[in-house]
Design a protein around this ligand. Structure first.
Ligand code: ZN
Length: 560
């Protein structure tokens, strides 16, 4: 059976199960290009608060796409690599194994980045640089991996981002082009996992689009002053480098020529989003994505909102301006897809990898509880609490996100000594801003079916080898932070878990949907439309947003 036959069968089976249709299965077109756009740190309510300013691509996705307004991650550690791994695999961290951007690796006694791979090397489009990435830590295949294996015509696979772990994760195991910006090299790079040498079209793009052209450019407000909510210069904002909290932001760095601080400022400006959008358009043209016989795949993760959100917070004019400009960047990309691939030939999903917390110092201005917790202080409290039972010396090997990792043998000693264990837990609970603490051994056994949403969020994030011995949950609006400015994400609270989920294109029924949904549903839905099976997906097909099979135009059978 050819690819189209398989997908027609899958759709007919789904319709029969749901009782929607009983007519003979109609042949269904598969998309020629699948596009995933991730906006790093995109809170769901940014659309509600700031969307009235948009007229470009984000606006078009809201008006012409299927918009899931109540989408949220179901798990605890709402950070970038976990979100991207969930989006690309359709499974949850308990299954895909990426429980944080990094975790404490008990085998090596070191922190492990989600994509670091010592067996790989970096291939630079500029100065050489050390390192290497791959998705070897991802325990299940991604959508592009399954696409490669299950379709008769090899897909062309392209991903791009400013961050290494987002471009890498979205690609899966192999790809035609994977690019990100490496601040040490001050150049775009890829990994030997994906290429043995610079990819010619990427090399010519970066040569003809030098980042240095942005040197001296000023990031001004795009919209009239009255379009921005809240204040431009609010308490707790953290400027980039030596910049200020107010517009305009000059991309100049510390000297008269581009230096590392200039490249960092470029990364944290909407100009790097714009650059990635242009790269996406160039990739469509160079590789003729969506214009061949197979199903191609393009994924871009827009990074700027995350870096600007960390520094300036969700209420800032900077965040509002990044979104207004991203609306234009995505509008241009959609117009390019329409022209080059055709509106009826691609399907696109846009979502966020996590939300963001408001700046704690702004929360307390409203008379609410909120604040910053020092991980070092927490460690000291636990070490002191267990010292009477276990003696002096270091007991905690590392802390990563919500996880506290004891030195080898310590957790076993505490399990054998309930009073000492309780002393450790009580010390954490007594820390201001901490809501709850869990033991890994109780999470592993009891939580998956819990009626307590926090326990479920902990369980879906839990991996027995990679998770901490103790798992710590902050109270709402508290965060682990050693800074006195800026903000973060990574909690199981709604402001970090809720993100928009939008679908557009072939097979998608426009509208607003309030059904529960999660970014884990993105890959299963795209797999269904592409007529392939994901090995380990836990998300669902968002069937309420799919057109019935009869609405998709039949295509002639493929001649082999
Ligand atoms: Zn972040």
């Amino acid at each position: 059976m050819n690819r189209r036959g398989v997908s027609a069968y899958a759709l007919a089976a789904a319709l029969m199960i749901s009782g929607v249709a009983s007519a003979a299965p109609a042949p269904r077109r598969v998309p020629k290009l699948v596009v995933i756009l991730v906006v790093d740190q995109l809170r769901a309510d940014y659309i509600d608060q700031y969307g009235h300013n948009w007229t470009g691509g984000l606006r078009r996705l809201m008006d012409e796409g299927a918009w899931f307004r109540e989408a949220a991650y179901p798990y605890m550690t709402t950070v970038t690599c976990v979100g991207h791994s969930t989006i690309v695999t359709g499974s949850l961290p308990r299954t895909h194994g990426i429980i944080g951007n990094s975790w404490w690796d008990r085998g090596s006694g070191r922190s492990m980045s989600c994509v670091s791979d010592a067996d790989q090397t970096l291939i630079s489009y500029g100065a050489p640089v050390k390192g290497g990435t791959s998705t070897k830590n991802l325990l299940v295949p991604g959508f592009p991996d399954e696409l490669r294996m299950q379709t008769g015509v090899a897909p062309r696979i392209v991903t791009a981002s400013i961050k290494d772990y987002t471009a890498t994760t979205l690609a899966g195991r192999r790809a035609d082009a994977v690019v990100w910006f490496n601040l040490t090299a001050r150049a775009f790079t890829t990994s030997s996992a994906f290429a043995s040498a610079p990819v010619p079209f990427v090399a010519s793009f970066v040569k003809s689009h030098p980042v240095e052209a942005y040197f001296g450019k000023s990031w001004e407000k795009l919209l009239p002053e009255s379009a921005y909510l809240y204040a431009d210069d609010a308490i707790g904002e953290q400027p980039v480098g030596k910049g200020t909290n107010r517009f305009p932001h000059l991309l100049r760095g510390d000297g008269g020529a581009p230096d590392t601080s200039f490249y960092a400022a470029w990364e944290e400006s909407p100009f790097s989003d714009e650059y990635l959008g242009q790269f996406g358009e160039a990739a469509i043209d160079a590789l003729k994505l969506g214009q061949g016989r197979g199903i191609d795949y393009l994924a871009i993760s827009f990074t700027t909102l995350d870096s600007v959100g960390h520094g300036f917070g969700p209420r800032s004019h900077e965040v509002q301006d990044v979104l207004a400009r991203l609306d234009r960047t995505i509008g241009s990309l959609l117009a390019h897809l329409d022209r080059s691939v055709g509106r009826r030939n691609y399907v696109l999903a846009l979502t966020g990898d996590h939300g963001a917390a408001p700046i704690p110092e702004q929360v307390t201005q409203f008379g609410l509880d909120g604040g910053r917790i020092s991980a070092r202080d927490l460690i000291a409290r636990v070490e002191k609490a267990v010292e009477p039972a276990l003696g002096p010396g270091q007991k905690i090997a590392g802390v990563a996100y919500n996880g506290v990792y004891f030195a080898p043998g310590v957790f076993e000693k505490l399990r054998a000594n309930p009073a000492a264990m309780e002393a450790a837990l009580a010390a954490i609970r007594a820390t201001p801003g901490i809501a709850r603490v869990f033991r890994a051994d109780e999470v592993a056994h009891a939580f998956a079916a819990s009626e307590d949403p926090i326990e479920r969020a902990v369980a879906t994030n839990f991996h027995p080898e990679r998770s901490g011995d103790l798992i710590v949950i902050t109270q709402p609006y508290y965060q682990f932070s050693t800074a006195s400015t800026g903000t973060g994400h990574g909690s199981p609270w709604a402001y970090d878990r809720r993100v928009p989920l939008l679908l557009l294109g072939q097979g998608i029924k426009p509208g607003q949907y309030l059904e529960p949904a999660s970014p884990a549903d993105v890959a299963p839905t795209l797999a269904f439309l592409s007529g392939i099976t994901l090995a380990a997906a836990e998300g669902r097909v968002l069937n309420e947003a799919l057109l019935p099979a009869s609405a998709a135009a039949p295509v002639p059978p493929v001649r082999k």
